[in-house]
Design a protein around this ligand. Structure first.
Ligand code: IN0
Length: 393
């Protein structure tokens, strides 16, 4: 109900919320669907609408990674236990009956690991080609996470490596699943990595307050140390300008990934795969628009309205819609930037937006050319049909 109140000034979102609710098909009551719904309500629905050929593989991939993440994330697990577990997690998924009970009481996805035997049981039923992709990515991710337990994210290079491990590899793994299923052809793996980086960099910005409360931070030191000696100082009112400059710098760094992501998205052929990949991307860009130059990021956890999220889920049905949305968002950030007095790294953000707009215009132009040629082909076909009709009379 509060979702409706939040959107009271945005009637189109209320329409989307109601429509979304009415269209809610109850998925099959399997144990796996139940676990999926506990870990992610809205994303579960997107997974369930994937093509049947890969739905189960993606669902299990998601749950396995969510399990790994639940180990990494839990600050109550001692390092001596956590690091080796992260490194062997890819072997656990072949161990029938394995469950993990070491999470602290406040870990919200601990139930997933309590019922992990169900995930394993279903994993072992997947086609071996899908099992291989999932195990390989889990191995690389677990080891990367383990490396970062004792190492902080300091340089931009660390930041790119850490986000590669926890999210870029997800993009690479999903791309391999799509290819193995023949639903998609060969896609660019660097762009697949950047799809993940874009999502995770947005998450890292979003989690500033909660991460700092738990005594950690994934914002790269190389960036924040240009503004303050200790990131905790960002919350002091006198550091408002510095905080915003740092935030905008990292917003720009994320926005610079958008052209690669659009390029990846433009090559997807299967509609269900497109939708599955597009949803997290559009949520992330909407989140960045909200975060740009927004001091609340340092005060509380800021989220897009549920109504907006649902509106995006129901409206982004094809690539042309996605381009239109990105175009509008790029212009919206520029508009916001024009009204900011002071430097605040506005230049880097507007440059990133200009590149997004340029990419979209270039794609439009390319498509117009192909549209003209297809139009031409239709004329020839029509002419031939008429000729055949004429001759056969
Ligand atoms: C994801 C990604 C995801 C989906 C589609 C294509 C992707 C391409 C590259 C990388 C990741 C891709 O999407 C989910 C979205 C999600 O889980 N949303 C949650 C939000 C939340 O707050 O938990 C929801 O409930 O709606 C995602 O965030 N990640 C993810 C994990 C596994 C898989 Cl298979 C796909 C996590 C992360 C860290 C961004 C990769």
């Amino acid at each position: 109900m509060s979702a409706i109140y939040q959107s009271i000034l945005h009637p189109s979102e209320i329409y989307s919320l109601v429509k979304y609710k009415l269209l809610d098909e109850k998925p099959e009551k399997t144990r796996l669907n139940h676990l999926l719904n506990i870990t992610s309500r809205s994303f579960a629905r997107v997974i369930q609408s994937l093509d049947p050929e890969i739905r189960q593989a993606v669902c299990i991939f998601y749950l396995v990674l969510r399990g790994l993440d639940t180990v990494e994330d839990d600050m109550t697990i001692p390092k001596e236990e956590k690091i080796p577990l992260l490194r062997v997690f890819h072997e656990k998924i072949y161990e029938k009956g394995y469950c993990y009970y070491g999470n602290g009481p406040n870990e919200k996805d601990a139930v997933l690991l309590h019922s992990f035997d169900h995930v394993i049981e279903e994993f072992l039923k997947l086609k071996p080609k899908y099992q291989k992709v999932i195990a390989d990515i889990t191995k690389r991710m677990g080891n990367g996470m383990a490396d970062f337990i004792t190492k902080k994210v300091e340089t931009m290079q660390d930041y790119n490596l850490y986000t590669h491990y926890v999210a870029g590899l997800v993009g690479i793994g999903l791309t391999e699943l799509f290819k193995e299923s023949n639903l998609e052809k060969e896609l660019d793996l660097d762009q697949a990595n950047e799809m993940g980086l874009f999502l995770q960099k947005t998450n890292i910005l979003k989690d500033f307050v909660t991460d700092l409360e738990e005594g950690r931070l994934f914002w790269p030191k190389q960036v924040w140390e240009q503004y303050v000696n200790d990131p905790k100082d960002f919350v002091l009112p006198e550091n408002r300008e510095k905080a915003l400059s740092c935030l905008n710098d990292l917003v720009a760094d994320a926005l610079e990934l958008v052209p690669s992501c659009l390029s990846y998205m433009s090559k997807l052929e299967n509609k269900s795969v497109f939708h599955f990949c597009a949803i997290p991307q559009v949520m992330a860009i909407a989140t960045l628009v909200l975060f740009f130059n927004n001091y609340s990021v340092f005060e509380k956890s800021v989220k897009i309205r549920r109504g907006l999220a649902v509106k995006l889920i129901t409206e982004i049905t094809d690539f042309e819609k996605m381009k239109q949305l990105y175009y509008d968002y790029a212009l919206e950030i520029n508009e916001k930037a024009r009204n900011v007095d002071g430097e605040y790294n506005i230049g880097r953000v507007t440059e990133a937006c200009a590149n997004i707009v340029r990419w979209i215009r270039a794609d439009d132009q390319r498509k117009q050319v192909t549209r003209k040629t297809t139009g031409y082909v239709y004329y020839i076909l029509l002419f031939m049909v008429l000729a055949v009709v004429f001759i056969s009379q």
